[in-house]
Design a binder for this molecule. Structure first.
Ligand code: FMN
Length: 359
């Protein structure tokens, strides 16, 4: 099966199956303490946020999803037009197809054409970077005049995919070179399993600017690849996927982990579905909240639907700030406190509370 068929499968499976969102991202174990005594004007609340040195209208990121087919070109264009109007950043999906087949570049380029001023994030996989190095990253950036590049680490997905590429050796050395040479911020992102404290320390030392956790509790690539394996009659791969259904660090725990490392910006993502969840991520230490699947669903409906979604998220975020008596995000982070309960508290106690200080 070619890359474009795979991309088509991914979009179809995500749009048709609610079950590809697996489990919980553990944000329900974060309880923000309400502040009942107000001294602000709710209509003056401002949710502007800064990420990678740029200011955006809100701490909302449209996560990288697609490219490689006509449908993907339409989705990228729709997302970029809305992102431009709403002044939020966005990523495109893995550009491997566009690099291998120049006739498919327009499917990624569509984002830049529809959003000439959008902060666009290029995307390639860790295996591609490991094997082909900085030149490949450069081609991805050039293809869409990107403002930053995300390298996705997706070991579990590649292991389950029958056609998966599992040659990651050299990834760390190439990431270091990339950070030294490329001239735009480098983001390392997971795709559903989260990123740990230990890995964040390594990434910071390599010179990475930001980490996008894409934790457990959102779109599950294990489940998507399990469905594809069943459709393809690959029962061995489907069984492998089943064993690893719940692998990974839930989003809330992953943000807590990565926030222990100084000098890395953080995108909290993985199952984020409303502005209250984005507010919780900010308190745990994230700079932005990222969403993929809800933006895909909105994009197939059109630009207006994507803009409405962004507007709804902003309203929910503003409501949360209001309920904490904060008129902007800096104030919110300073004023608001929270309690962790259940498994997230246990996680924090075992993994974070014992660690002496931020590294
Ligand atoms: C249809 C679809 C395609 C995706 N393709 C990519 C990709 O090519 N590269 C990548 O880094 N992440 C990809 N992702 C992962 C998302 O960027 C995101 O990290 C993850 O889906 C978690 O967000 P969610 O729970 O809001 O969907 C894709 C997600 C979806 C839903």
């Amino acid at each position: 099966m070619g890359i474009t068929d795979r991309k088509r499968d991914h979009i179809r499976i995500v749009l048709e199956n609610a079950s590809v969102q697996r489990g919980s991202n553990w944000l329900e174990y974060v309880h923000i303490i309400p502040r009942a005594v107000p001294d602000i004007n709710v209509d003056e609340i401002d949710v502007k946020a800064t990420f990678l040195g740029k200011e955006f209208s809100a701490p909302i990121l449209i996560e990288g999803m697609t490219g490689g087919t006509d449908e993907a070109a339409r989705i990228n264009a729709t997302l970029a037009e809305a992102a431009g109007r709403a002044r939020v950043p966005m990523g495109v999906g893995s550009q491997r197809a566009g690099i291998a087949r120049p006739e498919l570049r327009y499917t990624f380029r569509a984002a830049r054409e529809a959003g000439p001023d959008v902060f666009l994030i290029a995307n390639i996989g860790a295996a591609q970077l490991a094997q082909h190095g900085v030149q490949l990253a450069w081609e991805a950036i050039k293809m869409i005049d990107a403002n930053a590049i995300a390298i996705h680490v997706n070991t579990l997905q590649e292991i389950i995919q029958p056609e998966g590429d599992r040659r990651f050796k050299g990834f760390l050395a190439q990431t270091r070179r990339l950070c030294e040479e490329i001239g735009v911020p480098v983001i390392i992102k997971e795709v559903g399993c989260g990123i740990s404290f230990e890995d964040a320390v390594i990434l910071r030392e390599l010179g990475v600017s930001a980490v996008d956790v894409a934790g457990r509790g959102g779109t599950s690539w294990v489940e998507i690849e399990r469905m594809r394996a069943v459709e393809a009659g690959r029962i061995d791969r489907a069984q492998l996927a089943e064993v690893f259904q719940d692998w990974g660090i839930p989003t809330a725990a992953s943000v807590l982990e990565v926030a222990q490392v100084n000098g890395l910006e953080i995108v909290g993502s993985g199952g984020i579905r409303n502005g209250l969840e984005i507010a919780k991520l900010l308190l745990l230490g994230a700079n932005m909240g990222g969403m993929a699947m809800p933006f895909l669903k909105a994009a197939v409906q059109g630009v207006e639907e994507v803009e409405n979604l962004i507007e709804r998220l902003k309203e929910e975020l503003k409501a949360t700030l209001a309920l904490c008596g904060a008129s902007n995000i800096a104030e919110f982070k300073k004023r608001a406190s929270y309690v962790l309960t259940g498994p997230l508290k246990e996680w924090r106690d075992q993994r974070i509370a014992g660690r002496a200080a931020k590294r």
